[in-house]
Each structure stands twice: as C-alpha cells, then as structure tokens.
Design a binder for this molecule. Sequence first.
Ligand code: FPP
Length: 244
Amino acid sequence: MLIDQIDIERIPDHIAIIMDGNGRWAKRQGKPRVFGHKSGVKSVREVTEGCAELGIKYLTLYAFSTENWNRPKLEVTALMALLVETIKTEVSVLNKNNIRLETIGNSDALPAKSRRALAKAIEDTQDNDGLCLILALNYSAKWDIMQAVKTIADKVERKELTAKKLTESDFESALSTKNIPDPELLIRTSGESRISNFLLWEIAYSELFFTPVLWPDFRKENLFEAILDFQSRERRFGKTSEQI
Ligand code: FPP
C-alpha cells in the first residue's frame, strides 16, 4: 500500500489541487460535461478523506474560477447547483470527520442560494479543528492580488500605512488566503501543465505535481503517489544542497 510508504513526519501542511478533466472524462463516455462534474464529487470526497487520514491541515480545491463564468450558461448553472447540493449533503460528513469548511474568492458575486448554503456550512463546521477544506470559488489569483492592492491603497489613502513601511506580511494579510500557510504541494490533474490563475503569490515555493489522471478518476492512491513524489524532492528555498 502506497500510504505505508509515506513519511508521516514530512507530510505537507497544505495541499492545493486544480481539479481538471471532468469535461474530457464525460466526453470519452459520450456523456454531457455535467456528468463529469458530478462524477468529480467522488474524487473530492476521496482526497478530503485521504488528507484527513494523514493529518494534513489544509486542502484547497479550485472548484470555480473567475473565468468559469464564460462557460455555457447551462454548465455554470449546473455547477452551482451541484455545489449547493454537495455542500448540503456533505456537512454531516464534514462534522463527523472534524473538518472545517472555508472559501477563498469573491463569494459575494455567487448566486444567493450558493452564498446561503456556503455560509451555513461554514458556520456549522467552524468549531472543527481537524482538516480545513478550502473551496476556491469565483476565485482567481489576479482578482485576489488586485483586491489586496485596493485594500492597501485605501489604507495608504487614509494614512494608516505608508508605501515605505509596507511589508510582505501586510500584503499577505490583505489576500483572501490570509491565515492559511502557503501550499507546499500543488497538484493538477488531466495532463495540463498550467497554473491557470490559481494561488500565484502563494505557490512561490510550492512543489508542482502534474498527473495525466482525469479528475473523476483521481483516487486516494493518486494523492498518496503525489505526496510520495513530494517527499522524494529536495526543497532548497534558494539555498545549495550542502546548506540544507
Ligand atoms: C475542471 O474540469 C473542473 C471544474 C471547472 C469544476 C470542478 C468541480 C467539481 C469537481 C464538482 C464540485 C466540487 C465541489 C468542491 C463540491 P473541466 O470541466 O475544465 O474539464 P475539461 O478540461 O476536460 O473540459
């Protein structure tokens, strides 16, 4: 079993995943794209469970990007409905497994129904102190960086901060990922080797793992394989091998 090979002392605190390939997976079976998204929910369950089992602290899933609004209206509506439905049915499972739900992104612009379901699930799970499951919803890294820049510019305008005194940590506290450690490992499924506007600031030193597996086929074993690959790498943060 792959899980037995994982060094528990060196598991990443935070894993981020770009869940890609739902549409292609469905198309291969002659089914509509939405069937792929529905099947992808099982993979969400699997990785969440896998992370909880390993004691990983944060798991961020790219569920809906700012750019996804450009998809056919029917697909957008179906994705939103799937999200609400999944959140509602999974809250009890999250609570049973001590998992806290959070979101990053511009959730104010989500449909009212999705906002309400999310707010309720976040509130119902807020006291759990196991895995923190973060859904990136209506998220894009450029959006987040821009809204942080605007928050900081406002502060400067109000004379609460000067450009000279501005630190990296001031900037980080204006991002929607504040209080979340940077991901050590970023996984993207479906064979694409792109970041697609996800966590640009936060992945400065992340290890990247690209797999050809399409998201609906992604299982715990695939997660464990990515973690093992991560553990085989030497993370130098700009230093030489000898300095580590
Ligand atoms: C990318 O595949 C996937 C998405 C844009 C949506 C991900 C959503 C889910 C897995 C379902 C719900 C999630 C939660 C957290 C409840 P794609 O459509 O871009 O696939 P393609 O590249 O093959 O077209």
